[in-house]
Design a protein around this ligand. Sequence first.
Ligand code: LMR
Length: 394
Amino acid sequence: MLSTLKPQPADKILELMALYRDDPRETKVDLGVGIYKNAEGETPVMRAIKAAEKQLWQEETTKKYTALSGDPAFGAAMKSLVLSDSVDHTRVGAIATPGGTGAIRQAFELAKLANPDVTIWTSNPTWPNHVSIIKFMGLKNAEYAYFDEASCTVDFDAMMESLKGVKAGDVVLLHGCCHNPTGANLTLEQFDVVADLIIEKGAMALVDIAYQGFGDGLEEDAAATRLLASKLPEMLVAASCSKNFGIYRERTGCLMAISENAEQTPVTQGTLNFLNRQNYSFPPDHGARLVTMILNDEKLKADWMAELEEVRLGMLGLRTQLADELRRLTNSDRFDFIAKHRGMFSRIGATPEEVLKIREEFGIYMVGDSRMNIAGLNAQTVPLLAEAVAKTCK
Ligand code: LMR
């Protein structure tokens, strides 16, 4: 039977990781997969995570199952972190999931159960795995215009024009902050207009928030999600702890589902639990437990927030340095958008041929659509990238 299998297309982001690994050049620079790296090129375990792990090792007496939803304390902590008081928490069901991707997958599963004919609307472009999972699940996908390639900013008029096609019962997937792959984000006012359209159409928003704390700040990055939660009758939120807690391999995410009223919540929560049971039964606990401990302990939380802020400011500094360097080398403001973009990524607007040339000639690895991971840079490699871009991009 297995001989009937056909090779699957490689994931472009993960493929790049292998290419980079196999490049013998010492001067190579990895701007591919979205992993935070410090100035030394390391991805350290965050201080608060280390402290919580030590405490957990001392205190934990059992590894027996928690609940199908994951420990309810994790769901409660994530509701506070992401939604704050924007919505009555009795309207919000929550499950722990294996990473943000697990939350996305479960969100699609929930949408499919609620409406088998659902169309999931994704921005053009979006994180490629969104589209890949939608197609793998046999769901319908429609794209809405988002990024203007020429100016490297959001084309909001085009976005609203294409969202006119949304139907009742559809799901509109929005990036809560730090848009992946472009780095170009909607303003709060624009999110407000999108919310009105979603209400008018009778559709549902699904917010993917994977980089809270990497853009303008922990609270600021959640502002759009909270605005939507305060306005929309129903909404799904897929949150990741991989990046802001630096626990990539622990697979820690959370799917929150906001029902129209608290009476609906038990059924919504029960369906979320059911979906966990069908797909993997009890979700992983270790990372979720660490996150819960940190968010519920004043000292640990303060230290986590301080370190996250260092990470965020470090990335902003690199953005400014790169934009300045490119302004100097090209004698133009063409790349100024890099300093205005937010989050881990920016699309710099190079063609696939130019991306390949930059990889081959300069040993700098970015995704084929010219997405670069800002956190893969440091003060020494910014000038190398700037030179490569200035010399290569027409
Ligand atoms: C990325 O976009 O690089 C990250 O979200 C990692 C991944 O799984 O693709």
